[in-house]
Design a protein around this ligand. Structure first.
Ligand SMILES: NC(=O)c1ccc[n+]([C@@H]2O[C@H](COP(=O)([O-])OP(=O)(O)OC[C@H]3O[C@@H](n4cnc5c(N)ncnc54)[C@H](OP(=O)(O)O)[C@@H]3O)[C@@H](O)[C@H]2O)c1
Length: 271
């Protein structure tokens, strides 16, 4: 695939993770990647980790890139859009990873210029294990979607969804890592309570989540069926499962995703 020059506005954690994924996969030459950041340390760290150039001026990135990835915090985005808008042409594919910012706000900030895609990443993108979804915005082509899908797949699992579904994606995979960290912590507490040293308990709990997640993704089997296969009649695991059901664990997770989705809708001004 012939990937056009990519520019990141903001050279922080997420920009670095994305650039590392794109370059590490061999899809993109570091010479075709550039970032801008107001913060000198961020620029140096970006270049050190990716071997790609980092500049001070956002305008330089816009002028030398075709794909522009908006990777600043949402609160500084309006100022960035005002700054780069005069430089945007129909040739630019603008990809926003800013949490909670709707395509309509980006389009308004850029006065309807450029082709737009909005991505909802999550923190495991930082270790190449993200769960993401993206939505196509104004003027985009099937090819733009394919290109972004291919690039994002270098740092995790990606689905295309309509923009109205991005609040649910935020509630599930955006907020999900915090829910899973709580599960790991609680399982480790259980292990410690039963006499295991804390570091061993935490490592076993985390690996258990990683391994079980891999089983779901690699076998394609329904998680309920995989659970059934671990539960032997009158065995230990079914006792644990019954204890979880008594304490409403399933409902707790459904409610957690719902609460986070509603909050995302509220922050986006939809409720
Ligand atoms: N980190 C995650 O796991 C995650 C998950 C989902 C979504 N996101 C989204 O990804 C975006 C980036 O997050 P991040 O964690 O990578 O943030 P970050 O590490 O803080 O990176 C943002 C960088 O942009 C710089 N910056 C600020 N104003 C700028 C400007 N006007 N022009 C150019 N650069 C500017 C910041 O410098 P200063 O520090 O000097 O301000 C900082 O170095 C956010 O919108 C966030 O919502 C992140």
């Amino acid at each position: 695939m012939n990937v056009p020059p990519i520019g990141f506005i903001g050279a922080g954690q997420m920009a670095t993770a994305l650039a590392k994924g794109f370059i590490g996969s061999g899809l993109v030459d570091p010479k075709k990647v550039v970032a801008s950041d107001s913060y000198d340390m961020a620029r140096r760290s970006f270049t050190q980790q990716t071997k790609a150039e980092a500049k001070e001026r956002n305008a330089d990135v816009v002028n030398q890139s075709t794909i522009i990835i908006l990777a600043v915090k949402p609160q500084v985005l309006p100022g960035v859009l005002t700054e780069i808008e005069p430089l945007i042409t129909g040739n630019h594919l603008i990809v926003s990873i800013c949490a909670g910012v709707p395509l309509s706000a980006i389009s308004a900030g850029l006065k309807g210029k450029g082709r737009l895609i909005r991505v909802m990443p999550n923190t495991p993108c930082l270790v190449g294990q993200g769960a993401m979804a993206y939505s196509m915005g104004q003027n985009t082509t099937t090819n733009d979607g394919l290109l972004i899908q291919t690039l994002l797949q270098t740092i995790g699992l990606v689905y295309q969804v309509p923009e109205k579904s991005l609040d649910a994606v935020t509630g599930l995979s955006g907020s999900g890592p915090a829910f899973v960290y709580m599960v790991i912590e609680a399982m480790a507490d259980g292990g410690v309570r039963e006499g295991l040293p804390r570091p061993i308990a935490t490592a076993l709990a985390a690996q258990c989540v990683l391994g079980s997640a891999s089983m779901v993704l690699k076998t394609g089997e329904h998680p309920g069926l995989l659970k059934d296969k671990v539960c032997s009649p009158a065995g230990t695991t079914i006792e644990g499962v019954a204890a979880l059901e008594r304490n409403g664990v399933r409902n707790a997770f459904i409610q957690a995703v719902h609460a986070a989705t509603v909050r995302s809708q509220e922050l986006g001004g939809k409720k």
